[in-house]
Design a protein around this ligand. Structure first.
Ligand code: MG
Length: 447
């Protein structure tokens, strides 16, 4: 269901008719994915935060589409990135959860990433930011996975490789710096991103900017430190918001706005056990690492002037799994026909008022299947909490109507046993499907 706010439409017409430079003409759109780390559903102004200022994200929502039922396919960093880049459930990766600098696993060379798919179709590709899909073998790194240009931390900003004292900043496989000043990272990634956009204004391009933060430790740039009412966490989010503004403004200045789809979302929910250093899931239960809504439902804004209805709010369920096939469709290319992916094309809900068929979405923690959502209904047969809390006195299964009860407060499993059974069958079918599709690391072990 899409609500069009006529006031925003009027604003859009005023904003967009005059100031655009002549749009560069390419046959297919450019794509930009801005990916925060551990930002919660409630951490942007346009998602209801009372004191964090996010004027650029708010404007992006006014000019674009704000999703309210959008999921990351995992509540953890590495697994979430795998799903985003491959369109497949992380349980199919062979690692399923979080990789550490010493981890021998990574994204398998046979996996096809969004970047590889688009690069094959002639797109220029770049990644500036946190990789976190393996770093102990060259073939796991961004340049070997479809990205022409890369600068960033190959893992989380709190991870120190064994036998080293400091975190590494890489540039195209080489170590650029050990122990970089993390307060400069958001600025560095933003500058790299805007330079890449300008350099490729006449080519189709794919830009992936996975921010290092608000994953802890929090290091705002000096212009932002101490400036937010929300403290250090707010400073960091407000800097990310500035970065979003820089990128949208660059696209406008270069005449590329109407030819570029920009997506902003986060890899997983907030790290709530870090007290005020962690974010907020708003009205959702729990956070990062858990399969409650707060762990996996994310802020998501899509912006593509002239194609997406400005000021629209998208309540249909979608997820990061859908981004790979959507970009493939918009780029007018296919994707890896020999290997099924788990997402589906959401072009219809981005560019029109189309309804997607009612789909299932499965909640995993690592290799464990915890639950399923279909329409408004969510069944949980296993639960976990980042805080260690046991809700509902450990009762299982639990059934929620998320349209009516997004906070998962009211268990309806006793009232609707037929829906519990139907969803349990979906989970069994999913287990069978996973069994029939073992991961590449199992099928093709690397020496
Ligand atoms: Mg994360």
């Amino acid at each position: 269901m899409v609500y069009i706010i006529s006031l925003f439409l009027a604003l859009f017409n005023i904003s967009y008719s005059a100031p655009f430079a002549q749009a560069a003409v390419t046959e297919t759109p450019n794509f930009v994915i801005l990916f925060a780390d551990d930002m919660g559903y409630g951490d942007a102004g346009c998602y209801g935060h009372p004191t964090i200022r996010t004027p650029n994200l708010d404007r992006m929502a006014v000019e674009g589409m704000k999703f309210t039922n959008f999921y990351s396919a995992s509540p953890a960093c590495t697994a979430s990135r795998y799903a985003l880049l491959t369109g497949k459930y992380p349980v199919r990766s062979g690692f399923g959860w979080v990789l550490y600098p010493k981890s021998e696993l990574g994204i398998h060379p046979k996996e096809v990433t969004i970047a590889e798919n688009l690069k094959d179709a002639g797109y220029a590709t770049a990644c500036y930011g946190k990789w976190h899909l393996g770093s102990t073998r060259e073939e796991y790194l961004p340049n070997q996975n479809g990205f022409d240009d890369y600068t960033g931390l190959p893992y989380s900003n709190d991870m120190i490789p064994p036998r080293q004292q400091e975190i590494a900043l890489l540039e195209n496989g080489d170590t650029l710096e050990m122990g970089p000043d993390q307060s400069l990272l958001t600025g560095l990634y933003t500058r790299k991103a805007t330079e890449f956009i300008k350099a490729h204004k006449n080519d189709p391009f794919f830009l992936y900017l996975p921010y290092a933060m608000p994953h802890i430790p929090l290091y705002p740039g000096k212009e932002f430190a101490g400036t937010s009412l929300r403290g250090l966490y707010g400073d960091v989010i407000e800097e990310i918001d500035w970065s979003v503004g820089e990128i949208l403004n660059t696209l406008k200045e270069q005449g590329l706005a109407e030819n570029t789809l920009v997506i902003f979302t986060s890899d997983n929910g907030p790290w709530i056990i870090k007290d005020t250093l962690g974010g907020s899931a708003g009205l959702l239960r729990d956070g990062k690492g858990s399969t409650w809504e707060g762990g996996m439902r994310e802020p998501m804004i899509a912006w593509w002037p002239g194609h997406i209805t400005p000021g629209s709010v998208q309540m249909q369920q979608a997820s990061t799994l859908d981004i790979f096939p959507t970009l493939a469709v918009l780029a007018k290319i296919g994707y890896n026909p020999t290997e099924p992916i788990d997402g589906s094309d959401m072009t219809g809900i981005l560019t029109g008022n189309a309804a997607l068929p009612v789909r299932t979405f499965f909640y995993h923690k690592d290799s464990e299947l915890h639950g399923v959502r279909k329409g408004p209904w969510k069944l949980l047969t296993t639960t976990n909490s980042q805080t260690g809390k046991e809700y509902f006195d450990g009762k299982l299964p639990l059934l929620f109507n998320l349209d009516i009860d997004p906070s998962e407060k009211y268990d309806l499993s006793d009232q609707y046993p037929g829906i519990v059974s139907e969803l349990a069958v979906e989970m069994e079918k999913h287990r069978d499907y996973l069994e029939a599709h073992p991961d590449y690391h199992t099928r093709f072990p690397l020496n």
